[in-house]
Ligand binder design. Structure first.
Ligand code: GDD
Length: 342
């Protein structure tokens, strides 16, 4: 391609649903969860094809990021206001960096990918599509259940064969269980949270979104004022749900979002014994217990006659919850934050 490809890796979230592994000063992207290298380092490995790479983050994480991604530049947002403001800021910072406007591939730092080589090829293809269509491109994963923690993409056609992508008819972020079931039945894809666009295309769509005051302030050279002028909002709600110029290209690489304890249990299923999941080291004694996610690297945990539980112990913190309450671990963190104890 005749344009530079720039990878923007999002690593400014706190990963609250993986409490107590995630804490305010050490979120999940710096943990390894079963691998040797951290989730962030593994994400960087997948973007080696890009001409330049940046990690997009908040100020307090920069030292850790230099350790985990020494090969990348760091873009520090003025404030942590979720992925919408972060990605608009990155587009503004990178738009004029090269002689020709670059194309950005933007990806989270907490994903599991089984087939790394195919993944990189799909990302490169997404970048080409973003240039061809001059719009926003998202990668779509075929759903296996009506998950409520993902965005859903309804394409205008189901067949991607000729050119590898389809225009998006509708994008719905985090539907409730009923709506998710309907979307799966209607042939929707999960949004992988991985995007490609040129900075101009994103900034154009951001002008018709709740992030318009941020774009105006950035064009006036006032990023701090721009972040003050907008509320926290993800790119999915702010832009993807509203944009009329989105394409989807399929991603079939053994993908999962390591966003919750349930997902951690699912992804590392291969490493678990019959009765309990021994995924983050530690010792486990399991008697008549099944399908539990036990993550306790420094503890000896015994589970007896319990099924489908999360038992996570890190430092002096312990979490016990049913696996199907994985999304609600965020509520625990909200309460802990109120007590200044996250
Ligand atoms: N730089 C920066 N990064 C952030 C911020 N907030 C979150 N991130 C990073 O952005 C990524 C995604 O944020 P999540 O908060 O984990 O998103 P999600 O709830 O999982 O939903 C997104 O991903 C799903 C697939 O994994 C999608 O299905 C969904 O539509 C959405 O895009 C993570 O790598 C997280 O560290 C921020 O303020 N600043």
């Amino acid at each position: 391609m005749d344009r530079p490809i720039v990878a923007c890796v999002l690593a400014g979230g706190t990963g609250s649903r993986l409490y107590p592994a995630s804490r305010s000063d050490r979120p999940k992207q710096f943990h390894s969860f079963g691998g040797e290298r951290s989730l962030l380092s593994r994400t960087m490995d997948r973007t080696a094809f890009a001409d330049e790479r940046y990690v997009l983050t908040r100020d307090s994480f920069t030292d850790e990021i230099h350790d985990h991604a020494p090969e990348a530049g760091v873009l520090v947002e003025p404030d942590g206001k979720d992925t919408g403001p972060a990605l608009v800021y990155a587009a503004w910072r990178l738009r004029d960096r090269f002689e020709r406007e670059p194309v950005l591939v933007c990806l989270p730092s907490d994903h599991h990918v089984a087939d790394e080589a195919v993944f990189a090829a799909r990302l490169e293809r997404a970048a080409e599509i973003a240039v061809e269509t001059d719009g926003l491109v998202t990668l779509g994963v075929e759903p296996t259940r009506p998950a409520t923690g993902y965005g859903y993409i309804v394409p205008t056609r189901s067949d991607f064969d000729e050119d590898g992508y389809a225009a998006v008819e509708r994008f719905t972020e985090k539907p409730d269980r009923e709506a998710a079931t309907r979307l799966v039945d209607a042939g929707a894809y999960w949004n992988a949270g991985i995007f490609a666009w040129t900075p101009s295309a994103l900034l154009q769509d951001a002008r018709d979104s709740p992030l318009a005051p941020l774009v105006d302030a950035l064009e006036d050279g006032d990023p701090d004022g721009g972040f003050d002028a907008v509320d926290s909002i993800s790119v999915d709600y702010a832009i993807m749900e509203r944009s009329t110029d989105v394409s989807v290209t399929p991603l079939s690489v053994g993908w999962d979002d390591l966003g919750t304890w349930d997902a951690v249990g699912r992804v590392f299923e291969t490493t678990r014994d019959d009765t309990a999941n021994d995924l983050v080291a530690g010792e486990i004694l399991s008697i008549d217990a099944a399908n539990n996610v036990v993550a306790a690297p420094d503890s000896h945990v015994s589970v007896l006659e319990v099924d489908d539980l999360i038992v996570a112990a890190f430092d002096d913190r312990i979490l016990v919850a049913p696996r199907d309450a994985s999304q609600r671990v965020r509520d625990v963190v909200t309460r802990l934050r109120d007590r200044d104890a996250f």
